[in-house]
Design a protein around this ligand. Sequence first.
Ligand code: ADP
Ligand code: MG
Length: 360
Amino acid sequence: GSGDGETDIHRLDDDTVARIAAGEVVERPASAVKELVENSLDADASSVDVTVEKGGTELIRVADDGRGMSEADLRTAVRQHTTSKIEGLEDLESGVATLGFRGEALHTIGSVSRTTIRSRPRSGSRTGKGGEADVGTELVYEGGEVTSVEPTGCPVGTIVEVEDLFYNTPARRKFLKTTATEFAHVNRVVTRYALANPDVAVSLIHDGREVFATTGQGDLQAAVLAVYGREVASSMIPVDADADDLPPGPLESLSGLVSHPETNRSSREYLATYVNGRAVTADAIREGIMGAYGTQLGGDRYPFAVCFLEVPGDAVDVNVHPRKREVRFDDDDAVRRQVDAAIESALLEHGMLRSRAPRG
Ligand code: ADP
Ligand code: MG
């Protein structure tokens, strides 16, 4: 009816609100993997082992040897908007050093899956009668409810197991692609972090098969070798440019590795680019890289690249959309020219470009 005081508008119940919000943070298995790996790196882990089954739709397990959590920490960590990483907005404005800070990942993942977390703090761990007890805590979090908390024996660090992602959000589950596609996304995420953290041993296992494992003791070249194999690693040359070497623009430095033009693929997923330490994609960076290779790559072919860019914090806004890796610069054109110049001169120096007419 349309009588006064009647309305069709009503407040959604909390459970519905939580599941809708969850779909925005965790779109697919790879987004859960990203959040969990970021948590492990933020916890100062020196090893991060990622195991997934069926592209992550059945199981995602991320095990680290980071600082771990006490029982009290663990109970708090799975609640909404709980974080140990920032206190307030001031911290955001002065720049956040950690990968996470929104305090929503564990809560959200646990509201759309059956999640089990086992954790034991690195120091100050709970002490038993005879000195230090090797006791951790196992917390089960299903569909947004903590269903059990028990002491458990486990190594120092944290193991998060996410089973049956989206079991209670069938619409979201229906949108998942094939195992191969979901796994490709997972692989790309883990690869990005492995390449950016050669000092952390990162491994990835899919359906019982080891996809790669870095040693955690090498440099970028060693990480590339572990992740992409010998053929690609041996074709990579270093790029190392700072402001003095670059045309004018916001870029303060660009370092990393790029491949010989003949080592290329038909997918741009092998362009691993980072701005101020965060894995991102940006049209300006991709176009700069492609510009440097010019016509030496056939149509729709992309080189391998692992490039770390440093720009002043105010030249790029990485927080515009936390869940999207795409960033823009204030001056995209200048960044494109700078990236192009840095990579072109590295390729020229290594005799990897046929001479070409100067551009007008
Ligand atoms: P955020 O990372 O934004 O703080 P999360 O929901 O991802 O939010 O995690 C909540 C908190 O749980 C973190 O701030 C951290 O204190 C703790 N935590 C999560 N994962 C780990 C981990 N692997 N090791 C140690 N502490 C963790
Ligand atoms: Mg987090």
